[in-house]
Design a protein around this ligand. Sequence first.
Ligand SMILES: O=C(O)C(=O)C[C@H](O)[C@@H](O)CO
Length: 252
Amino acid sequence: MTSFKDRLAADGPALLGLWQALANNYTADICARAGYDWLLFDGEHSPNTAQTLLGQLQAVAPFDAEPIARVPSGDPVLIKQYLDIGFTTLLVPMVDTAEQAAAIVSASRYPPHGIRGVASATARATGFGTDGAYLKEAAERITLIVQIESRAALENIDAIAATPGVDALFIGPADLSASLGHLGNPTHPEVQQAISHAKARIDAAGKPAGIFALSPDDAKHRMVDQFRFISIGTDIGLLLKGAQGLIASVKN
Ligand SMILES: O=C(O)C(=O)C[C@H](O)[C@@H](O)CO
């Protein structure tokens, strides 16, 4: 199985993703059939637990979209849990320093290279012990993506991007705008300039850059900007807009 970091490293069009915020196996199953390259299962801002994420992970397992889990924080306990249930790509929010990034890498690695606890016989990640190669191949299979979404992260972006084991960096416009003093206004010129700067520094580090696009048009602009992976929408947004559009179309 090709790791997500290997897919990111390959040439080709941007990898397009859909944010899964409904915390629901059924809708994840539907979205996994829609042709996206990846699906983001949000443990930070959605009512998800390891248990609910497991159900969504199992629902999308038959399909090609890469399941990416966003942990609520860089907590090593949660990183361990999310990896043990079988996610091989994690997105970690609010990473402001290289020290934080290094700790996240360590939490994802088994000793001697890290602190991840070993549960080879009972973890879904190892096929409940049937995948004898997992322990030694885990570091190769796992992709770690850190979020750049604060003034501090911008100031430290070169050191964060250079951190060994950080495979990609993902820009969060909502939190970045808040951190820059433009809460709720990610299209503010200062925020857009910061995004451009962050992208340039990520490129300079030779790491793949991702971003949460604000609209389909913004997604197209980010493709032109050569972001390597782009979240182009959310399940909640699709449901709400579809529901609103339908009743408006029937009433009018
Ligand atoms: O800061 C951001 O932007 C993100 O990290 C994406 C948001 O958290 C996502 O939930 C959409 O609001």
